[in-house]
Design a protein. Structure first.
Length: 239
């Protein structure tokens, strides 16, 4: 992988979803390490802002993935870090994951929580050996990130995310100037939609794909990347 994002160039890429969420507790160091050990060169993770620090956690509640209970906004950073996120590991900080990532790893940072754009914009400048893509369902937060890096000589690739097909092209238009990809949910990743988006100039990524046949089909339709909980099982499909 070169320094430029593989999503800016040719080829089909497998992105480890929340690390390798099907192999180890999601968004933990074990999950990211599992992905890297098996040769996965691109990972996705979700970030939340707690006390102006970025933690890697998908939900705004602790219940599903940690030993804690309740909303993360009710806890201090130190308290949040005392809970077990799996394998007796704490919820990682974004900086910890980035420090451990092999050189040239593509890291897709998903702005999951509120007020994450500015912190992420500052963070990506600290790791020139990594390649970043920033995504979000929250298009306002993504636009904020886009504005913050407007004068950057090497703007980070953006990927607006969509669960539903309705208005995708119109809503994603705001990011066309800087965006390189658009991420559409499994249910709307039809051959026709992929073709429409590709013809309009978008590089299409699809989440979450754990089946090799489905991934191969999407690749053949022109999809540029899939997010997978079992990235090691799909790696042979990369081109
Ligand atoms: O970026 C793809 C995927 O991570 C978006 O959905 O809910 O897994 O964060 P979610
Ligand atoms: Mg995500």
């Amino acid at each position: 992988m070169t320094k430029s994002s593989p999503l800016l160039t040719e080829g089909f890429v497998i992105i480890g979803h929340r690390g390798a969420a099907g192999r180890a507790p999601e968004n933990t160091m074990s999950s990211f390490r599992h992905a890297w050990r098996s040769g996965v060169r691109a990972i996705e993770l979700d970030v939340q802002n707690v006390e102006e620090e970025l933690i890697v956690l998908h939900d705004d509640s602790l219940d599903r993935t940690t030993t804690g209970r309740g909303d993360i906004s009710d806890f201090s950073l130190a308290e949040l870090r005392s809970f077990d996120a799996g394998n007796s590991e704490p919820i990682p900080l974004l900086g910890e994951v980035l420090a451990a990532a092999p050189e040239s790893t593509l890291v897709n940072i998903e702005l999951k929580g509120r007020d994450t754009a500015a912190l992420v914009a500052a963070e990506v400048t600290r790791w020139p050996q990594l390649v970043f893509m920033v995504s979000s369902f929250n298009l306002r937060e993504l636009a904020r990130f886009d504005d913050l890096q407007a004068r950057s000589r090497q703007p980070t690739a953006l990927a607006p995310l969509f669960h539903y097909w309705r208005m995708v092209l119109k809503r994603a238009e705001r990011f066309r100037a800087r965006g390189v990809s658009i991420n559409i949910g499994n249910a709307i990743a039809t051959e026709r939609h992929v073709a429409q988006l590709t013809e309009a100039g978008w590089k299409v990524c699809v989440y979450t794909v754990n089946d090799a046949e489905r991934a191969a089909q999407l690749r053949d339709w022109g999809v540029r990347a899939v997010f997978s909980d079992v990235p090691d099982a799909l790696l042979h499909l990369e081109t």
